[in-house]
Write a protein that binds this ligand. Structure first.
Ligand SMILES: Cc1cc2nc3c(=O)[nH]c(=O)nc-3n(C[C@H](O)[C@H](O)[C@H](O)COP(=O)(O)O)c2cc1C
Length: 311
């Protein structure tokens, strides 16, 4: 059996989200790979399909009060609150480095007002990003975020406005903290989304029994990591049968088995988030194991796995 390092095996992993090509279906998720500079010319790039930037806003933001992270038995709670350098600083200081390295990256943006989303979309047109992902599902900010993605109408409004302003493929990132994420996905698709990214974190909280106060400075946060994987798989599976555009699946991925599970449920590619804090080098092992699985099961491309669990 050929190693993935040899060209034929890595070719099995070539993936596509609409018109955007990735060398593997493994992308690093927003908020867990910063702005991509740390591993820019690292050998792991050979196995990383791409990464999504930390969500950027019109103005820089310091995020929420500390403490902002709390580890749970099988995941983590975070209330970072979209701390970021702001889109202009990104375009000036980071983007030229990503462009020079021909980095395959998706620009994530968030805003509290539709007008700001439009400003961000226009600025994104000047970037070398392969796509833009709008984060309308952050549970860690008081305004915007969840307010957009908890209703099909507001989702459709923001998506159609951004779509009119942006010249890149538009990925819309949705929240599981709603009654029916698939109805929101349908609304986003009708309004012009090119792909649905799902899921963002689940609202969660933990309390310190000694201080009798919540562990997180903002009290509540977003739960991510292995604990949320079955929830994410169910949401991806359910949404796959309702929309035609690709799904970028995520939530609790730690291994090649988890990646394959997401693809079988209907994801076209996946994003890996919390696991980067445990093993940022996981991409090589995952690529090798997925290629081996494909060879063993006589598939000629990873794309043949997409949605197979629906048969
Ligand atoms: C520390 C941290 C920061 C995050 N920041 C963002 C963010 O800025 N924008 C965003 O869309 N999602 C953000 N997320 C959510 C992840 O991109 C992902 O949707 C979620 O964590 C589920 O995937 P995982 O279980 O593999 O981490 C963040 C997650 C974590 C753990």
């Amino acid at each position: 059996m050929g190693s993935v390092k040899s060209l034929p095996s890595i070719k099995l992993l070539e993936s596509k989200v609409g018109s955007v090509e990735f060398k593997t279906p493994l992308l690093a998720a927003s908020g867990t790979w910063a702005y991509g500079l740390e591993f820019l010319n690292h050998p792991l790039q050979k196995f990383l399909g791409g990464f999504v930037t930390k969500s950027l806003s019109v103005k820089s933001s310091e995020g929420n009060p500390m403490p902002r992270l709390y580890e749970t038995e099988s995941g983590m709670l975070n209330s970072i609150g979209l701390q970021n350098m702001g889109i202009d600083a990104f375009i000036q200081n980071v983007e030229p480095q990503l462009k020079a390295a021909k980095s395959s990256y998706v620009l994530s943006v968030y805003a509290q007002r539709v007008e700001d989303f439009k400003i961000l979309a226009e600025k994104a047109n000047a970037c070398s990003a392969v796509a833009i992902e709008i984060n309308i599902s952050c549970p860690n900010i008081d305004k915007g975020g969840l307010e957009f993605s908890s209703d099909p109408k507001t989702t459709a409004e923001v998506v159609s406005q951004v779509k009119a302003a942006v010249k890149k493929p538009l990925w819309v990132k949705l929240s599981p903290n709603v009654t029916s994420i698939s109805d929101i996905a349908v609304a986003a698709e009708s309004a012009g989304a090119d792909a649905i990214s799902m899921i963002n974190t689940l609202l969660g909280m933990s309390i310190n029994i000694d201080s009798k106060k919540p562990w997180l400075g903002r009290k509540m946060g977003g739960l991510s990591g292995p604990a949320i994987r079955p929830v994410a798989i169910e949401r991806v599976y359910r949404t796959y049968s309702k929309i035609k555009i690709p799904i970028v699946g995520m939530g609790g991925i730690t291994s090649s088995r988890d990646v394959i599970e997401f693809l079988l449920a209907g994801a076209t590619v996946v994003q890996i988030g919390t696991w980067n804090f445990r093993d940022p080098f996981c991409y090589e092992k995952m690529s090798e194991e997925i290629a081996r699985y494909l060879q063993k099961n006589k598939f000629s491309s990873v794309q043949e796995l997409i949605g197979l669990a629906h048969r």
